[in-house]
Design a protein around this ligand. Structure first.
Ligand SMILES: Cc1cc2nc3c(=O)[nH]c(=O)nc-3n(C[C@H](O)[C@H](O)[C@H](O)COP(=O)(O)OP(=O)(O)OC[C@H]3O[C@@H](n4cnc5c(N)ncnc54)[C@H](O)[C@@H]3O)c2cc1C
Length: 374
């Protein structure tokens, strides 16, 4: 969505309609702002809701590591609104470049920086590379869109650190084919209206780019601090709540925390990653546990079944790690496509996205290139 490949309606479904087949649900659109654990109530902006069992899965939000001013200059990619705002920012930059009065100004508009070389940053940088090098080609009169300079800036030794080094290297090679300059060991120290300053091994360097996008970090949603205030659970460095093996908070068997908001270690002591399969398996687990409780049956501890990790770079290019098996190139890309379509919530969305991707594959077009004020 952030690069104009898909529209919001293709991938998102109203929760209300998804839950319609289950008669015993009430969906309330509101925001939890406090908790009254004595009265067993959550306080929302517009409602106070009574609970017997409380399940919290409010996820994470973008973190700028305490640099408050960076948020307005380098939007993160966490929500549909973020994706639409990034889409508008990126496409507008090319429009501004077309109207630039000087070469220097044009170059600044054709500079794009993605901060953070995790799977989201890699995907975003790859999509920008394809957009500039293929989709927008020959559409502008005063410059060639392939002149765009796209930087993927990563503070650590390499991009995709959760993957083996061989797959990171492959991703870096594929990104360079899309004209993305991958810059490991570059720590962002300043973001301003002209671009960024990075600390490199050689010293401080300035990258001129009017468009800076942030995918370098996340922190727990504010619900974590609400819990901390009332129940004092242990939090990790990212503010996630440390939960017990059955996903409850210690001494609070009726309060569950799951998905990205939860910090849970596997049998080897490794913290479960903030991934959709973890959240989905935990959701199913709590459902089973509650059903068992009603029947006075015990439920074994939660165990994550690792289905592997995938990262996409662009057309025909992805990397995957399934157990000890490594995949790259077209096969990994097909796996990525299959998994992402398979888990879209509604069948008509699956068909729509399959069609859009197939069409995009054949034509190299991106059908949702709208610039809107959101
Ligand atoms: C750009 C991007 C790409 C990703 N790609 C992948 C991928 O390819 N594969 C993969 O496995 N994972 C991917 N992830 C991670 C995956 O999306 C998360 O792990 C997963 O969504 C976590 O689910 P969750 O239910 O814990 O939280 P979320 O899906 O984040 O849901 C939390 C919900 O709680 C709501 N909320 C927050 N605070 C409140 C409040 N106070 N009151 C009421 N509601 C609240 C939020 O609005 C949100 O709707 C990606 C994430 C991003 C951002």
């Amino acid at each position: 969505m952030a690069s104009g490949g898909l529209s919001p309606g293709d991938i998102a479904s109203p929760i209300r309609s998804v839950l319609k087949p289950f008669g015993n649900f009430t969906v309330i659109m509101d925001e939890m702002i406090d908790l009254d654990d004595q009265r067993q109530q959550i306080i929302c902006k517009n409602n106070t809701i009574q609970y017997d069992i409380l399940i919290l899965a409010t996820g994470v939000e973008t973190s700028y590591f305490g640099n408050k001013g960076w948020k307005s200059m380098a939007p993160g990619l966490k929500s549909i609104e973020d994706a639409l705002s990034i889409r508008g920012k990126v496409l507008s930059a090319f429009e501004k470049a077309e109207q630039a009065k000087t070469t220097r100004e044009r170059e600044a508009w054709l500079g794009f920086v993605v901060v953070g070389g995790g799977p989201t940053g890699v995907e975003l940088a790859g999509a920008l590379g394809e957009l500039a090098g293929q989709t927008l080609k020959d559409e502008f009169r005063s410059f060639d869109s392939a002149q765009a300079r796209i930087y993927l800036v990563e503070g650590s030794e390499r991009i995709l650190r959760t993957f083996p080094a061989e797959l990171s290297a492959k991703a870096q090679r594929d990104l360079s084919k899309l004209c993305v300059q991958v810059r490991p060991r570059n720590k962002v120290i300043e973001i301003n209206s002209q671009g960024i300053k990075v600390q490199t091994d050689q010293g401080i360097e300035e990258i001129i780019a009017h468009t800076v996008l942030w995918s370098a970090g996340v922190k727990a949603s504010p619900v974590s601090d609400i819990l901390k205030k009332h129940l004092d659970p242990e939090q990790d460095r990212m503010g996630r709540i440390k939960v017990q093996k059955n996903l409850t908070i210690e001494k609070h068997p009726d309060i569950f925390v799951l998905g990205d908001l939860a910090h849970l270690e596997d049998e080897k002591g490794k913290v479960l990653p903030g991934l959709a399969p973890v959240a989905m398996q935990q959701g199913l687990y709590v459902g089973r546990l509650l059903r068992n409780r009603l029947k006075n049956k015990q439920t074994a501890d939660f165990r994550y079944r690792d289905k592997g990790i995938l990262a996409v770079i662009g057309r025909n290019s992805a990397v995957a790690l399934l157990g000890n098996r490594r995949f790259k190139g077209k096969l990994a890309w097909l796996m990525w496509i299959f998994v992402h379509i398979r888990y879209l919530v509604e069948f008509d969305n699956q068909i729509l996205v399959l069609f859009q991707w197939a069409w995009g594959y054949i034509t190299r077009k991106r059908g949702a290139r709208l610039i809107t004020d959101i």
